[in-house]
Design a protein around this ligand. Structure first.
Ligand code: NAP
Ligand code: G4F
Length: 347
């Protein structure tokens, strides 16, 4: 029988790759999308299927993690076998500007969805998109046993979502799993996360559209992997015999500066001529170092990432150079992040 999956956050980076993966495996995929004044489906437009086609396998539904009643109705109607909760206000810097909204969607939103599963009486497996940001100030290497010490409203909200997921597992016997994912990127990464900001800037500078990119803390260490591999790990977690919690990471150790150097060198550019410091990108509290130990996922799920951070940087630069060629006029007309005025902070 065809399996059904519901993905919240289907319009985001991970949601789009996960939808692709599940459609490829023959799933019927349902995605939760927010109503917006402009279309927000650009990452999944290539997956479009005519809903009147009897063979159609991808369906989108309006909804929001802030609207619990809507979630109950949808779960009742869809009756999914697997639910992937990927929706969140996912930007750490922005969470300092919007702490209440971040807590409401990234934290309490997970509880609303779990409670909706329970209230709708659906027998499904649940995946929670937990984050290495929960480790925050606890030094690396970090694994499933590492204590949490979140350093942002986002990290704190994810800790709440993590524990409520465990609580529904232990309290109601739900198959509810936390994937504790370290940073993962791709050409579909949002343009204000640091990797994409850098690779997009490299493409623009190489094309002569910009001279500089302005950045914050270059000393932070991150463990950056390749998003398509990580969504495959999410799926593996829900195929396991038992619900559990798993770290996904490469174990790599790259500073933001290392990523910058790799990306600029790949395009034949000297980064020191083009990267400037802007203190508005600094955060009130920083997470200095995240380096994951994914041994448990390797042992129990057979999950092993292949793409390391240097290759990832090159993949993303190549993709942004190509994008600029094909969407040249759009990129030229579109303001860069630095063009927009802000009060005090920048994302
Ligand atoms: P992303 O690109 O920012 O996508 C976030 C998705 O959530 C978008 O589809 C967004 O919809 C949706 N969303 C936001 N608020 C919502 C709400 N109130 N109700 C319903 N949908 C809402 O994030 P991502 O990188 O794909 O990450 C996926 C998940 O993994 C997130 O929960 C993130 O916090 C977590 N995570 C990510 C990483 C990483 O490195 N990428 C690492 C660890 C954990 P719109 O398109 O309408 O904005
Ligand atoms: O790319 P970032 O904004 O990602 P961050 O804060 O690590 O969060 C991402 O990964 C988490 C997993 O660990 C996810 F849960 C979360 O949803 C998100 O996907 O920043 C990475 C580092 C930070 O240390 C930041 O201070 O880059 C530093 N940085 C330096 N200059 C910058 C900039 N970050 C951004 N966004 N923009 C800059 O100009």
């Amino acid at each position: 029988m065809t399996k059904k999956a519901l993905i919240t956050g289907i319009t985001g980076q991970d949601g789009s790759y996960l939808a692709e993966l599940l459609l490829g495996k023959g799933y019927e995929v349902h995605g939760l999308i927010r109503r917006a004044s402009t279309f927000n489906t650009s990452r999944i437009d290539h997956l479009y299927q005519d809903p009147h086609d009897p063979e159609a396998k991808l369906f989108l539904h309006y909804g929001d993690l802030s609207d619990g009643a809507r979630l109950v109705t949808l779960l009742h109607e869809i009756d999914p076998d697997e639910v992937y909760n990927l929706a969140a206000q996912s930007h750490v810097r922005v969470s300092f500007d919007e702490p209440e909204h971040t807590g409401d969607t990234t934290g309490i939103g997970a509880m609303r969805l779990l409670e909706a599963v329970r209230m709708a009486g659906v027998n499904c497996r649940y995946y929670q998109a937990s984050s290495s940001e929960m480790f925050g100030a606890t030094p690396p290497p970090q694994n499933e046993e590492t204590p949490f010490y979140p350093r942002s409203p986002y990290g704190a909200a994810k800790v709440y979502a993590y524990w409520v997921t465990r609580n529904y597992r232990e309290g109601y016997g739900m198959f509810a799993t936390n994937g504790i994912l370290f940073n993962h990127e791709s050409p579909r990464r949002g343009e204000t996360f640091v990797t994409r900001k850098v690779t997009r800037a490299v493409a623009r500078i190489q094309a002569g559209l910009d001279d500089y990119v302005y950045m914050g803390n270059l000393d932070a260490i991150r463990d950056w992997g390749y998003a398509p591999e990580y969504v495959e790990g999410m799926w593996r977690m829900l195929q396991a015999d038992e619900p559990d919690d798993f770290v996904l990471a490469t174990g790599g150790n790259f500073t933001v500066r290392d990523f910058v150097v790799t990306a600029f060198e790949h395009a034949g550019l000297d980064w020191e001529k083009h990267v400037k410091f802007d203190e508005r990108y600094l955060r009130p509290t920083e997470v200095d170092a995240l380096i994951g130990d994914a041994s448990k996922a390797k042992d129990k799920l057979g999950w092993v990432p292949k793409v390391q951070t240097d290759e990832l940087a090159r993949i993303m630069v190549d993709a942004d150079v190509e994008l600029l060629k094909h969407e040249g006029r759009h990129w030229i007309d579109r303001p860069t992040l630095e063009d927009w005025p802000t009060f005090g902070t920048r994302a």
